[in-house]
Write a protein that binds this ligand. Structure first.
Ligand code: BDR
Ligand code: CA
Length: 312
């Protein structure tokens, strides 16, 4: 199995993504989870990380929670409580956090782990890229040692937080700029594909029908989320952004990929946070990312359902 670090801001789709990862031991070995500011404040994303591990039961044994950056590198913090609820995990009856967070900082954990397993570790960030950028700046020697970064964020087309910017990119565009300039092999799973992976009533019912605590929690979280997406985006359910990034690490062939140069706009203005994707190669620059441009959504959801279905 691929050794991975899950870095994110749970956040309800982050939580579903981490359950997919923890339910996939034949494909992924979760070395630890690291938390970052984002959908809600850092203390809440950290608590939610512990709750998510508790939902995974024994599958999360030995998986530590490492607390990361509480704000972006430069811009003021942005949250998304309107999408994820004030707590970040809007469901009743969730378990208490499985464990206290570890003493080590998330950035130190990432650096130490990558150095200990050169060439092996894949990072799966599903939030703002602050922790990953800090690790690359504090320890530039790790850049050639990271196997791959599979990031949910950005978009080849429109944004969701502004017309130009996707939330994770906008929530720390300077960090995204560092990561896209790092030379680390990078896959970008952006809105252009994740908005096609929608959990509507049938999928929510299938999760509930698993008859498990994890399935019931996913169903309840995605019910809240579906209402938000109906109102805000006119979709029949919530977009499974972060789970699609985990699925991309498990089975890259579930998506179509195109190598291209991607730059992140950091200048304040209409386009701040935009991932500028050179789909046609008009800049002549060398590609720095594999960008997802298509998704086999039905197969993706089958994988999600099967893997979450293994959890208690
Ligand atoms: C991303 O923003 C967050 O609200 C979600 O968790 C996801 O990571 C989608 O734009
Ligand atoms: Ca997220």
């Amino acid at each position: 199995p691929l050794p991975v670090i899950l870095d994110g801001d749970p956040g309800l789709d982050d939580a579903v993504a981490w359950l997919l990862a923890l339910g996939s031991p034949e494909d992924l070995r979760v070395l630890g989870v690291t938390t970052v500011h984002g959908n809600v404040s850092l203390d809440r994303t950290t608590r939610n990380a512990g709750v998510t591990l508790a939902l995974a039961g024994a599958a999360a044994d030995g998986v530590g929670v490492y607390v990361g950056a509480d704000r972006p590198l430069v811009r003021p913090a942005l949250t998304a409580a309107a999408v994820h609820g004030e707590s970040g995990l809007p469901a009743g009856g969730l378990p208490d956090p499985a464990r206290e967070p570890e003493a080590a900082h998330a950035v130190d954990f990432i650096i130490r782990t990558v150095r200990a397993m050169p060439g092996e570790v894949t990072l799966i960030p599903t939030g703002p890229l602050t922790n990953v950028a800090l690790a690359l700046r504090l320890a530039p020697d790790i850049a050639p040692l990271i196997r791959e970064i599979v990031w949910m964020g950005g978009s080849t087309a429109q944004g969701n937080r502004t017309p130009a910017a996707e939330f994770n990119a906008l929530a720390d565009p300077h960090a995204a700029h560092v990561v896209f300039g790092s030379g680390v092999p990078l896959r970008m799973v952006g809105l252009n594909v994740t908005m096609q992976a929608v959990a509507g009533p049938d999928r929510i019912a299938a999760l509930r029908a698993l008859g498990t605590r994890a399935g019931a929690a996913c169903a309840e979280l995605l019910t809240f989320y579906a209402d938000v997406y109906r109102r805000r985006y006119g979709l029949d359910g919530g977009a499974l952004h972060d789970p699609l990034a985990v699925a991309a690490a498990i089975r890259p062939e579930l998506l179509d990929w195109q190598a291209m140069p991607v730059s992140v706009e950091t200048t304040e203005g209409l386009n701040v946070g935009r991932t500028v994707c050179d789909l046609y190669g008009v800049t002549g620059q060398t590609p720095n990312a594999q960008v997802a441009v298509g998704v086999r959504d039905a197969e993706f959801f089958d994988l999600l359902l099967a893997r979450v279905g293994r959890l208690p």
